[in-house]
Design a protein around this ligand. Sequence first.
Ligand code: NAG
Ligand code: NAG
Ligand code: NAG
Ligand code: NAG
Ligand code: NAG
Ligand code: NAG
Length: 474
Amino acid sequence: MRWHEMASRSDVAGGQAFGVVLAIKMSLALEASAVASPNKSCDTIDYGYRCSPETSHFWGQYSLWFAVPSDTETKPRDTEPPHGCVVTFASVLSRHGGRDPTLGKSLLYKLLIAEIQNTSTQYPEEFAFLKDYQYTLGADQLTDAGRREMVNSGAHFYRRYSGLVDDNPPFVRSAGQARVMESAEKWLIGLAQAAKQSAPGTIDVTIPEGREWNNTLSHDVCPAFLDGPKPGTDAQGIWIDEFVPPIKDRVNSRLGTNISAVQTVYLMDLCSFETVAHPSAEMSPFCDLFTEKEWHEYDYYQSLGKYYGYGNGHPLAPTQGVGYVNELLARLTEMPVQDHTNTNTTLDSDPATFPLDRKVYADFSHDNDMSDIFAALGIYNSTEPLSNTTVMSIEETNGYSAAWTVPFAARMYVEKLKCHGDDEDFVRIIINDRVIPLEFCSADKHGRCKLSKFVESQSFARSGGLWDLCFVET
Ligand SMILES: *[C@@H]1O[C@H](CO)[C@@H](O)[C@H](O)[C@H]1NC(C)=O
Ligand SMILES: *[C@@H]1O[C@H](CO)[C@@H](O)[C@H](O)[C@H]1NC(C)=O
Ligand SMILES: *[C@@H]1O[C@H](CO)[C@@H](O)[C@H](O)[C@H]1NC(C)=O
Ligand SMILES: *[C@@H]1O[C@H](CO)[C@@H](O)[C@H](O)[C@H]1NC(C)=O
Ligand SMILES: *[C@@H]1O[C@H](CO)[C@@H](O)[C@H](O)[C@H]1NC(C)=O
Ligand SMILES: *[C@@H]1O[C@H](CO)[C@@H](O)[C@H](O)[C@H]1NC(C)=O
């Protein structure tokens, strides 16, 4: 298995022994049932994660999915089609559900706990649980809470689009990593359960991930990006120096430890990962170690990483999302894909692997790829460049934050609508239940643009998305 190879290849001290622990944990986790008891849960089909929203909706891309409010005027259930319209096409682009930390991080978190337990002199009040806490998180794979998010996501999609989905089963593609494919499968189970179908559908196309694959759901073929500067990490480095020192000093003075600024951020990461690992009603005690203000600062740290790493703040991010946008335009207009970036022409020219006449599509991917795609679409073009030295609120960023855009089980719906009295179809984009105000194609108050206007607005993708910049030596 892939994670096991990674564990064995790891050169981090103790990696190999830790890999064995992971192996045991992982095989147990894989046997566990996908759907936990729904009644006691913080997670719900309609609204996602609802416990302690004043902090849990500020965990950056490690937030569990939650329904984000719209700022269009179509309240209260703004995502329903406007009066007189029916949805004739629906596509979803989804991130995988909640997972354990990536392998490298999981090892670093384990070391951090060992260091704290080695060096602390006391465990006052809210820190008391740390004395006997044992680090048991695995690596890379979905957790049970993450599986349930995806089952709920399939049901959420069905509830919204049942009229369409009943007659038009989704055409499903997935990027090749295990957690992404399993997410697609769980989503299909949730959809089938909600539709009271006897058997769930299956993934139609799996596209492998890696530098040798053209894959619009996993961007790995732009060398200037892969080997170039890392403005996301740079921006986070500036912000970490601003917000972490007081938090670090408090933790160290309370515990008698000497953990670093980066380790302080790791301690905050554990709030989300421990919560995602245990699908109970309770949030992890790690969450109580930090204040509401500190969670907002942390969320902003993660947003900076996405914005300058994979969003409008990175010159090559939009370029890498162009292939997917051109595929989306092909599906919306039922015309062959026109793209010379990272689409696989073999797959996209074959109706068996890229049909153009379906009404419902579902694609499964990762947060970074989705961020690139949002940038290619121009969704956050009106967001001012994020400051590296002060928290900008969600209003100030025009709805851009890692938690609002790419939490676990994040989803972008693209709809085509047929509306009474209009000959031309409309397009709407809904990200995590927030109707996106598509200013660039003259959207109305319901967030609707004419299909032709929407296609016109996507000139960046249609004209090649500056793909040549991927091959400029830096
Ligand atoms: C913890 O202490 C032991 C014994 O002093 C030492 O061998 C080990 O390296 C320490 N581990 C960490 C993570 O500090
Ligand atoms: C494109 O897809 C085909 C069919 O799956 C595969 O054989 C080929 O290796 C892929 N090429 C690239 C560059 O991804
Ligand atoms: C934030 O930092 C990044 C990386 O150093 C830089 O590219 C960007 O221009 C900075 N943004 C602002 C608003 O200063
Ligand atoms: C704490 O760690 C820093 C490096 O992160 C080191 O420079 C400093 O000397 C350490 N302080 C103590 C009291 O060990
Ligand atoms: C993969 O993408 C590259 C770069 O655009 C292109 O030259 C190549 O033809 C593509 N391969 C396939 C199989 O689509
Ligand atoms: C977003 O901004 C980029 C860079 O200025 C531009 O090329 C693109 O056309 C814009 N997208 C939309 C949809 O307006």
